[in-house]
Design a protein around this ligand. Structure first.
Ligand code: ASP
Length: 452
C-alpha cells in the first residue's frame, strides 16, 4: 500500500514537471502577445527570472560534488585499471563517432530540404559575433591536465575534474586497505550529494515553469517567421537523430527497447529543454541512467559528465544545418572540402567546449570562420537560437545517455532487472522526510558535547 502510494506520487513529479512545462509555455506566449510593460518588468524579468535563475544555480551547485564523489567511488568500484581504460576508450570513440554521424545527417537533410535559398539578403545585414579565442586541438588536450585542481573544481572545468579525480582514484587503488577510511568517507559524501539532488529535484516544477514562461514571454512567435525553413530543417534532423539514429544504435548494440529507454529519460530531457544546459542536466541524467536505466555508477559517473562536455550531437546538427542555410542565403557553394571542414571542426570544437547555454553559436562562429564565410549571418540565427538551443540540448544529453548505456552493456555493467522495471528509480518522496529518531540522536550528541 505504502509502496503503491509512493509510486503514484513519484509518477506525479514527472507529470508535474511536464504540466509545468506546458503551462509555462502557454503563459509565456500569452504574456508575449499582451506585451504589458508592467508584467514584463515585474513578472517576466522579475519573479520568473529570479526563481528560474535560483533553480539553475541550484542545479549547477550539485554538479561538481556529485561528479567528484560518484566518479571517485566509481573508479574505486571498478578496481581494475585495464577495465577503466576500456570504459574510457570505448566511451570517447563512440562519442566522437555519434557526433560525426549527427553532423553528416544534418548536411544530408539540409541539402535535401535546402533552407535559405531565396532568402532576402536584407535579413543578413548587421549583427556581429565575436569568435572566442580559438584553441588548437593540442592546446585543448594539454589543458585536460589541470595546473591546479582546486581551480578546476572552483571553475567547474569538467575535463580537468574528470582527469584529476581519475588520478586520485587510481592512487587510492594503489594504496589499498590504507585508503579504507577515505573510501568510506567518499561513499558517504556521494550519498549526501544524491540526497541534495533529490531536494533540488523536488523544486523542479517551479523552476521549469519559470524558465519556460520567461523564455516564451521574451521570444514569442514573431521571430520565427523569417527563418522557418531553418527551424523546420533543424527540428526534423534533431527528431531523426534522436528517434532513428540513436535508437537504432541503442537497439542494435544492447537489445534494449528504445521506447522504454526514452520513457525513462523523459525527466532528464525536460531538464535539458528548460535549462539549455547539458552541464546543469548532469544530476538529472545521472539519476535516470543509473537508477532508471540500470547502468552501474562506475560507468555512468564517467560517461555522463564526459558526454556533457565532449558529446554534442544536437549542437553538431545545428552547425551542419546553419552552415548550409547561410551558404544558400549567400549563394555560396560549400563543396566536399567545405563539408569535411564542417564535420571536423564541429566534432573537434565539441571536445573542448562545456555544455552550457548558447555555446553552440560560438562554435558555429569557428566553423564559419574556417570556411571563410561572413559571420554577420549568425545574427539572424541568433534571433531564434534560444529555442534551438533548448531542442538541441535534449538531443545532446540523450546521446550521452545512449552511449553510456551501450558502454555499460559492453563491459557488463548494465542491470537488466532495473531497466525492465518500469518503476525503478522513480522519485521517492519518502526519501525527503526528516528522520526524527536520528534528529533526536544528533540532539543528544550535540547536547553532551556542549555540556562536557
Ligand atoms: N546548450 C548546449 C548544451 O548544453 C550547447 C549548445 O549547443 O549551445 O549541450
Amino acid at each position: 500500500m505504502v509502496h503503491a502510494t509512493h509510486r503514484l506520487l513519484s509518477a506525479t513529479l514527472t507529470t508535474q514537471i511536464l504540466i509545468a512545462l506546458a503551462l509555462g509555455a502557454a503563459l509565456g506566449l500569452g504574456l508575449n502577445y499582451l506585451a504589458i510593460p508592467a508584467l514584463q518588468d515585474g513578472l517576466v524579468n522579475g519573479l520568473f527570472a529570479m526563481l528560474g535563475q535560483m533553480f539553475l544555480n541550484a542545479l549547477q551547485m550539485l554538479v561538481v560534488p556529485l561528479v567528484v564523489f560518484s566518479l571517485l567511488c566509481g573508479v574505486v568500484g571498478i578496481g581494475d585499471i585495464k577495465i577503466l581504460g576500456r570504459v574510457g576508450g570505448l566511451t570517447f570513440v563512440t562519442y566522437l563517432a555519434t557526433t560525426a554521424l549527427a553532423v553528416i545527417t544534418a548536411l544530408v537533410f539540409a541539402n535535401v530540404i535546402g533552407p535559405g535559398t531565396g532568402f532576402e539578403s536584407v535579413h543578413l545585414a548587421g549583427g556581429n559575433v565575436d569568435v572566442a579565442a580559438q584553441l588548437s586541438t593540442w592546446d585543448i588536450l594539454a589543458n585536460i591536465v589541470p595546473k591546479n585542481p582546486i581551480n578546476a573544481l572552483a571553475n567547474g572545468e569538467m575535463l580537468q575534474i574528470i582527469f584529476y579525480v581519475m588520478v586520485v582514484g587510481i592512487a587510492v587503488l594503489m594504496l589499498g586497505t590504507k585508503a579504507k577510511k577515505f573510501v568510506e568517507g567518499c561513499e558517504f559524501m556521494n550519498e549526501l550529494a544524491m540526497k541534495i539532488v533529490q531536494i533540488v529535484m523536488a523544486f523542479a516544477p517551479i523552476g521549469v515553469f519559470c524558465l519556460i514562461a520567461r523564455t516564451f514571454a521574451l521570444e514569442g512567435f514573431s521571430l520565427f517567421a523569417p527563418v522557418i525553413g531553418y527551424l523546420t530543417t533543424i527540428s526534423l534532423t534533431l527528431i531523426f537523430h534522436l528517434c532513428v539514429t540513436l535508437m537504432v544504435l541503442l537497439y542494435v548494440c544492447t537489445g534494449l527497447s528504445p521506447l522504454a529507454f526514452l520513457k525513462k529519460m523523459r525527466s532528464a530531457q525536460v531538464f535539458a529543454f528548460s535549462t539549455s544546459s547539458s552541464n546543469a542536466t548532469i544530476p538529472a541524467s545521472m539519476q535516470c541512467v543509473t537508477q532508471r536505466i540500470g547502468v552501474d555508477r562506475s560507468v555512468a559517473s564517467f560517461g555522463i559528465p564526459l558526454g556533457a562536455t565532449i558529446n554534442m550531437d544536437g549542437t553538431a546538427i545545428m552547425h551542419g544545418v546553419a552552415t548550409v542555410f547561410l551558404a544558400n542565403a549567400y549563394g555560396m557553394e560549400l563543396g566536399l572540402g567545405g563539408y569535411m571542414t564542417v564535420i571536423s571542426i564541429s566534432v573537434l570544437a565539441s571536445i573542448g567546449t562545456a555544455g552550457v547555454p548558447g555555446v553552440g553559436i560560438v562554435m558555429l562562429a569557428m566553423v564559419l570562420n574556417q570556411l571563410g564565410m561572413p559571420l554577420e549571418g549568425i545574427a539572424i540565427i541568433l534571433a531564434v537560437d534560444r529555442i534551438v538551443d533548448m531542442m538541441r540540448t535534449v538531443v545532446n544529453i540523450t546521446g550521452d545517455a545512449v552511449v553510456t548505456t551501450i558502454v555499460g552493456q559492453r563491459v557488463g555493467k548494465l542491470d537488466r532487472a532495473v531497466f525492465d522495471d518500469p518503476h525503478a528509480g522513480t522519485f521517492d518522496p519518502s526519501g525527503l522526510e526528516i528522520d526524527h529518531e536520528a534528529e533526536r540522536a544528533f540532539e543528544s550528541i550535540t547536547h553532551q558535547k556542549g555540556t562536557v
